[in-house]
Design a binder for this molecule. Structure first.
Ligand SMILES: Nc1ncnc2c1ncn2[C@@H]1O[C@H](COP(=O)(O)OP(=O)(O)OP(=O)(O)O)[C@@H](O)[C@H]1O
Length: 255
C-alpha cells in the first residue's frame, strides 16, 4: 500500500530557530488531522509535503520514492492538495474548474474525454454544487467555492489527500458531509491528512492526530492518545471543558 511519509522533516518557518523533526507515516486508510494554533506551521507542513515548499531538512517520500525524484505530473496524479486560500485568477465556470482536476491525467493539448466529464459532474453532485455547474466561480459564496475546490480534488482522484481546513466557510450540514467524504476516501484506500481548527470535528473523524506547537515542538499518534485535555489546553493556551456526546469527546472553551 502506498504511503506518504517523512523522515526527520523540519519545515522551514522563517524566524523559527528549530523544532521537532517529523517522522510521519500516513498510510492508506488513515485519516490524520493536524491541530495547532494560528502560525504553528500547519499550512507550511502541507505545502512541504506536497513539494511546493522546500523543507529546512529531511525528506518526504511518496511510496518508495523521494518526492523530489518524482516527475511533477506523477506527483499530481497521486497527491491532491486543497488550499486554504482560493485564487480565481481566470474567469472559469464551476464545471471547468472541476475539470482542472483531470489535467494531471491528460497529455498536453488533449481534450477531456466523456469519462472525465462524467467524473467531474459526479464530483460536483457529491459536493452538492452540480446546480452551479455553469456559474463563474468568482460569483460563488465562500462555502460554495470551498465545495467546488474539494470537488476538483475529487475529480483529480488522488491517492493522497492533503486538505487545508476542509470545513472553512461551510455550514454544519456541509461540514459533516465533507468530513464523511474524506473518511469515505480513506475507507476506499486513500490516505488523508487535513489541518483543522475544530477540535470536535477532529475528535469525531480523525483516527490519527499531529499536534503542532508554535515553537516547533510536535507530537503525533493515534487520536485517542493525543486527545488529552491538558495537552490540548497547552496547545491552544485555552482552558477547555470536556464531555462525551454521541460516543465522541467534545471540547468547549471555558471563559
Ligand atoms: N513567505 C513567508 N514569509 C515570512 N513568514 C512566513 C511565510 N510563510 C509563512 N510564514 C510564517 O510562518 C508561520 C506559519 O505559517 P502557516 O501558514 O504555516 O501557519 P498555520 O499553522 O497554517 O496558521 P493558520 O492556523 O493561521 O492558518 C506563520 O508565522 C507565518 O507568518
Amino acid at each position: 500500500m502506498q504511503t506518504l511519509n517523512c523522515q526527520q522533516l523540519l519545515i522551514d518557518i522563517p524566524g523559527r530557530p528549530s523544532g521537532r523533526p517529523l517522522e510521519l507515516r500516513i498510510e492508506a486508510g488513515q485519516v490524520w488531522g493536524i491541530l495547532g494554533p494560528n502560525g504553528a506551521g500547519k499550512s507550511t507542513l502541507l505545502h512541504t509535503l506536497a513539494g511546493l515548499r522546500s523543507a529546512r531538512s529531511g525528506r518526504v517520500f511518496l511510496g518508495e520514492r523521494a518526492l523530489t525524484d518524482l516527475p511533477r505530473k506523477q506527483v499530481a496524479q497521486q497527491l491532491g492538495l486543497v488550499f486554504q486560500e482560493r485564487q480565481d485568477g481566470f474567469p472559469a465556470t464551476v464545471l471547468e474548474t472541476a475539470l482542472i482536476g483531470r489535467h494531471p491525467w491528460l497529455s498536453p493539448w488533449q481534450m477531456e474525454t466523456a469519462d472525465d466529464l462524467a467524473l467531474a459532474e459526479r464530483s460536483l453532485q457529491r459536493l452538492d454544487v452540480d446546480h452551479l455547474a455553469d456559474r463563474l466561480v468568482n460569483t460563488l459564496s465562500g462555502g460554495e467555492r470551498q465545495r467546488v475546490a474539494i470537488a476538483t480534488t475529487l475529480t483529480q482522484s488522488p491517492h493522497t489527500w492533503l486538505v487545508d481546513e476542509p470545513t472553512n466557510h461551510l455550514d454544519l450540514h456541509h461540514q459533516v458531509a465533507v468530513m464523511e467524504l474524506l473518511t469515505e476516501q480513506a475507507a476506499g484506500g486513500c490516505a488523508v491528512l487535513m489541518c483543522l481548527h475544530d477540535l470536535n470535528l477532529a475528535a469525531r473523524w480523525c483516527d490519527h492526530l499531529l499536534l503542532l506547537f508554535p515553537d516547533g515542538e510536535a507530537c503525533w499518534g493515534e487520536a485517542a492518545s493525543m486527545l488529552v485535555p491538558e495537552a490540548l489546553e497547552q496547545l491552544y493556551d485555552q482552558k477547555l471543558a470536556t464531555a462525551e456526546v454521541d460516543c465522541a469527546p467534545v471540547y468547549v472553551p471555558v471563559r
